[in-house]
Write a protein that binds this ligand. Structure first.
Ligand SMILES: C[S@@+](CC[C@H](N)C(=O)[O-])C[C@H]1O[C@@H](n2cnc3c(N)ncnc32)[C@H](O)[C@@H]1O
Length: 248
């Protein structure tokens, strides 16, 4: 496994965590994308055991706390993020367990145990997609579901100049690349849509839903104007990929 990538990224996330505090958590799946209230991928979570991969500041778990789940678990490799999540969830009514750990490793999470494992804008950071998906599969009960959202793999291949969009990188290229936007070194991964889907299938999942829709209401457009996820690009291609898969 790429330990250097994990060390570099962990340090960066500890530094930038405050900038992402509570950004686009559930019920949102991502900017300018449909949300859980539109899609209902989780269904009724009453009495379910749920685990989040890359839980960040804990805002998605906080949303689920109001839905009467039986147990909520979260994992994130950033000390700062886990600290923020602990603080946010201090008064949660659902039992909560948080782990500071990379998603590529199992820090003691029980196997064949969860009804739902989910991840909001974190999976694509993994230094080893196959290993992470294998872990997720092991945590789920048979018939359990894995729901994740991530930046659509086409989105960073395209740049815009006003309303004109240009393909600036090959969609065929996969693997690590330097993420330059933060001013802190970070190594991101590029995977094609087919790689996400085939990795799920090869690890024993069946795909139930793939969502590539854009939500371009005036309020959404206003909220994201001038950001990386802007209307000028999103009118042509989705910002966000959402997949629901089930453990066979
Ligand atoms: C955009 S945030 C996700 C926020 C969170 N899912 C929410 O809904 O509020 C991405 C998170 O992934 C975590 N992360 C990145 N790479 C990771 C890895 N390899 N293992 C565990 N966590 C990782 C970061 O620390 C960060 O908290």
């Amino acid at each position: 496994m790429a330990m250097n990538t994990l060390n570099v990224n962990k340090q960066s996330w500890d530094e930038v965590a405050h900038r992402f505090y509570g950004r686009n958590p559930l019920p949102e799946y991502g900017p300018l994308a449909p949300n859980e209230e539109d899609l209902n991928l989780f269904g009724d979570v009453k009495g379910l055991k749920i685990l989040e991969i890359g839980c960040g500041s804990g805002h998605s778990l906080n949303y689920l706390d109001s839905k009467n789940a039986r147990e909520l678990w979260g994992l994130d490799f950033s000390k700062t993020q886990i600290g923020a999540a602990k603080e946010l969830l201090e008064k949660a009514k659902t039992p909560i367990k948080l782990f500071e750990s990379p998603m590529e490793e199992n820090p003691g999470i029980p196997i064949d145990c969860f009804d739902i494992v989910f991840s909001i804008y974190a999976l694509g950071w993994t230094a080893d997609l196959n290993r992470t998906v294998r872990n997720v599969h092991s945590y789920l009960k048979q018939g359990g579901v894995f729901i994740f959202s991530w930046e659509h793999p086409l989105y960073n291949r395209v740049k815009n100049d006003g309303d004109i969009v240009m393909i600036t990188k090959s969609y065929h290229e996969e693997g690590p690349y330097d993420h330059e936007a933060w001013g802190h070194p970070a190594i991101m991964q590029q995977f094609r849509l087919s790689t996400y889907i085939n990795t799920l299938i090869e690890n024993g999942f069946t795909i139930e839903k793939v969502v590539e829709d854009a939500c371009l209401s005036e309020a959404d457009i206003e909220r994201h104007s001038n950001s990386w996820y802007c209307y000028e690009k999103a009118q042509y291609l989705p910002t966000t990929l959402i997949i629901k898969a089930r453990k066979l």
